[in-house]
Design a protein around this ligand. Structure first.
Ligand code: NAD
Length: 357
């Protein structure tokens, strides 16, 4: 039987509760589709600091590099908020992404029919559903470019630099084209090529890569227009490709259109198949230990893990279909509860999804 090595970083707050449910679902998917998951536990974030003195122990990096995929709950909490920057839980997360060479961030923004009320847009805009995938470059651009402060003629100034090499654009563009090919075959590349030189290189490079994907329909939008179109007519989008800063903004905007934070999954990918999968939300310390956290974002992240790292496409489809089914059946954790539905806890939701596979 095929065996995959999955590193689990349960993390802080609700992290351990939601990862436990995703593991249940992965095991059930394995039973059904003929593979086995072998889990290794690793520490990162606040708990890692408490137990080892650093938010990202080398042992964690080694375990992750030695696995097929990494599933993360969430990290952080008030207890660690006053630590210096390099010891805070977030530093662990950034360090892990860098250590694993993850340059592509995939954020699906999907509206499930039964949860349509969580979408702030009117029915006639959204129709029955919405399913967008934002592909954001994660390791380049203005967040990593040269920056500084200076005083010029007695006036204080600061600068940050948007900087991309053609190779960096090409590798993220290929991720987006491949995804578009597996979805509806439509890709929208976002830039500001009317003003920024870096965006002109971005656009030229994306057009050059497009020659290898004649089956994918490519269009380009300026970031200001893309931000507007996302709320005006989100259904026009399938895969959206954007730089680090533009993707940061657009993926948050798209997730707000989708509505429920407890439903949003994400994947971060590098050159090989190894990826890091985690819900978009944080460690929700306000509800930790109460058995009411919504595990669906983590379960949907596990579905992405099956698809992108393990190439278990059928199992991924089955997990996503199982999530739809429990929603159609009216099962809800408190965060997505509406009248007439059945309110259930974290573990019951995990059981229901596993059962529906
Ligand atoms: P949060 O996403 O943890 O919580 C925001 C609100 O959403 C809270 O009311 C919370 O109860 C609710 N919520 C979040 N996930 C939920 C779920 N699965 N089910 C039901 N309700 C849910 O954001 P925050 O409160 O700003 O941050 C809390 C901690 O998480 C902070 O320490 C922050 O730094 C950290 N954080 C971590 C990550 C990460 O690990 N990737 C991301 C964001 C924030």
């Amino acid at each position: 039987m095929k065996t995959y090595k999955i590193t689990l970083i349960r993390g802080d707050g609700i992290g351990p509760e939601i990862v436990a449910e995703a593991v249940k679902v992965l095991d059930k998917a394995g039973e059904k589709f003929g593979f086995r998951a072998e889990y290794a536990e690793a520490l990162m974030g606040g708990r890692a600091f408490d137990e080892t003195g650093v938010p990202l122990p080398q042992e964690t990096i080694d375990k992750c590099l030695d696995s097929d995929a990494v599933l993360l709950g969430a990290v952080g909490g008030e207890k660690w908020d006053s630590l210096p920057g390099h010891l805070r839980p977030e530093a662990g997360l950034l360090g892990l992404r860098a250590a694993l060479g993850l340059f592509a961030n995939l954020r699906p923004a999907k509206i499930y029919g039964p949860l349509k009320d969580a979408c702030p847009l009117r029915d006639e805009i959204i129709g029955d559903s919405m399913d967008i995938m934002v592909v954001r470059e994660l390791t380049g651009g203005i967040y990593f470019g040269k920056r500084g402060r200076e005083t010029v003629d007695g006036v204080e100034a600061a600068f940050d630099t948007e900087y991309y090499t053609a190779a960096e654009v090409e590798r993220i563009a290929r991720v987006a084209f491949e995804l578009a090919r597996r979805r509806s075959g439509r890709l929208c590349s976002v830039d500001k090529a009317n003003v920024l030189e870096s965006s002109r290189l971005w656009r030229e490079t994306v057009i050059r890569v497009a020659a290898d994907y004649p089956d994918v329909e490519l269009n380009h939008l300026y970031i200001d227009n893309a931000a507007m179109q996302l709320v005006r007519n989100p259904k026009q989008f399938d895969v959206i490709l954007a730089s680090n800063i533009f993707g940061d903004i657009l993926s948050d905007e798209a997730s707000q259109v989708a509505g429920s934070i407890g439903m949003l999954a994400s994947a971060s990918l590098g050159e090989g198949r190894l990826g890091l999968y985690e819900p978009v939300h944080g460690s929700a310390p306000d509800i930790a230990g109460k058995e009411i956290a919504n595990p669906l974002a983590t379960i949907l992240s596990a579905a992405m893990l099956l698809r992108h790292s393990l190439n278990e496409e059928k199992a991924a489809d089955a997990v996503e279909a199982a999530v739809e089914k429990v929603l159609v059946d009216g099962l809800r954790t408190p965060d997505i509860y509406t009248e007439g539905c059945k309110k259930i806890g974290t573990a019951e939701m995990g059981d229901a999804v596993a059962e529906a596979i």
